[in-house]
Design a protein around this ligand. Structure first.
Ligand code: PLP
Length: 391
């Protein structure tokens, strides 16, 4: 027996464990102090009424022989795939068919699994800083990783890769920087992929936070993306499904490499390894697209974005250099007094009782940056900013 030694190459993921440990120690030492968490990327608002009603109705269906459902179809129920295709793509002029959508249990699973359909000796490009799943799952598979630096200078959008790469992971609106990509910049990546034969994995988990009408919501708004890109989406951040679990991937049927359809490879993988998102959760997902569902989830996103504006405004008034927060629920700030990301973490926790995420935990280029999230109540956001103001 031999273990998969590629797992040993993973850098130890101590970011959120170290944060939890430091917070626990602080709480023990200062039980009287209330901690405000603006660190994690999890939503805080409960599921909206149309989603709850759909869950209840679908649960009732499961209680009766005539309406009970067992295993879901491999790619997901048609009622949901149709709603997704019409609402998320066709309404924006993106040419995506319901049959090109694969319903899943979330974008984390999809962003981790998609690499399975590509060869081990592919070179993979990821941004630095990065949502760790893209890099770690490719390290586990033994692939070479190339990091594309994202900084204030390039507006947190990388240059096209200088060396030959086969897979490119892009995430916009971005976690952790809160940055966005323009349609022209995204078009450059699509053109690069079409020219070189690389494939783009485009993670649009935060698409619902785009407020600027010029920013693309989907990579398929770019010309030629059907032959260049796979897109991943999530119901977590737009509709609060982090605990329910629902997402989807889009693999256009025109995406062909070595005369093989990537759609059919992914369909084979999906059918073999995945048994579908639960029926009741897919019905809940369908409810997100109803007029009442849309109204409710937009109000939730709006509430988070108001928190983001408060954080941005307050930090700017205090003289911080701040990015993101306008089309994304993340605020990416430069630490003050040349502190490292971890020094700033300790400073904020000990002096203000506010927890954020050190930017260096997302990659080398994140050093001396810090991430705050809008996923909190307005009251806590205001309280946290009041404390930071008092420092
Ligand atoms: N993609 C990005 C960029 C994320 O930041 C996250 C969650 O934080 C996910 C995917 C995970 O989404 P899901 O909850 O659908 O698995």
């Amino acid at each position: 027996m031999k273990i998969n030694e590629d797992y040993l190459k993973l850098s130890e993921n101590y970011l959120f464990t170290t944060i939890a440990k430091k917070v626990a120690e602080f709480e023990q030492a200062h039980p009287e102090k209330e901690i405000i968490r603006l660190g994690i990327g999890d939503v805080t608002q409960p599921l909206c009424a149309p989603v709850i009603e759909a869950l209840q109705k679908a649960t009732e269906e499961m209680a009766h022989a005539e309406t009970f459902r067992g295993y879901a179809p491999d790619k997901g129920y048609e009622f949901l795939r149709k709603a997704i295709a019409e609402h998320d793509f066709q309404s924006r002029g993106a040419d995506i068919d319901a049959d090109e959508i694969f319903v899943s249990d979330g974008a984390k699973s999809d962003s981790g699994s998609i690499q399975e359909i590509f060869a081990k000796d592919n070179t993979v490009a990821v941004c630095d800083p990065v949502y760790p799943v893209y890099a770690d799952t490719n390290v586990m598979a033994g692939r070479k990783i190339v990091y594309l630096p994202c900084s204030a200078e390039n507006g947190f959008v990388p240059e096209l890769p200088k060396e030959a790469v086969d897979l490119i992971y892009l995430c916009y609106p971005n976690n952790p920087t809160g940055g966005v990509i323009t349609k022209a910049q995204l078009q450059d990546f699509v053109d690069y992929a079409n020219k070189t034969g690389a494939v783009i994995i485009y993670d649009a988990a935060y698409e619902a936070y785009i407020t600027d009408p010029a920013i693309p919501h989907s990579i398929y708004e770019c010309e030629g993306a059907r032959t260049a890109a796979i897109e991943l989406r999530s119901f977590s951040k737009n509709a609060g499904f982090t605990g329910l679990r629902l997402g989807y991937s889009v693999v256009p049927k025109d995406l062909i490499r070595q005369n093989v359809s990537l759609h059919s490879l992914w369909a084979r993988r999906h059918g073999t390894r995945f048994n579908g998102a639960p029926y009741i959760v897919q019905r809940a997902g369908e409810a997100v697209y109803s007029p009442q569902g849309q109204k409710a989830v937009k109000a939730q996103v709006q509430a988070y974005m108001e928190n983001a504006s408060i954080i941005l405004r307050e930090l700017q008034a205090l003289g911080y250099t701040v990015y993101g927060g306008k089309n994304a629920p993340y605020i990416w700030l430069k630490t003050k007094d040349q502190m490292t990301s971890w020094e700033f973490f300790d400073y904020l926790l000990s002096k203000a009782g506010v927890v954020g995420t050190p930017g260096s935990g997302f990659g080398k280029c994140g050093e001396s940056y810090f991430r705050l999230t809008a996923f909190s109540s307005r009251e806590n956001t205001e309280k946290a900013m009041e404390r930071i103001r008092g420092l």
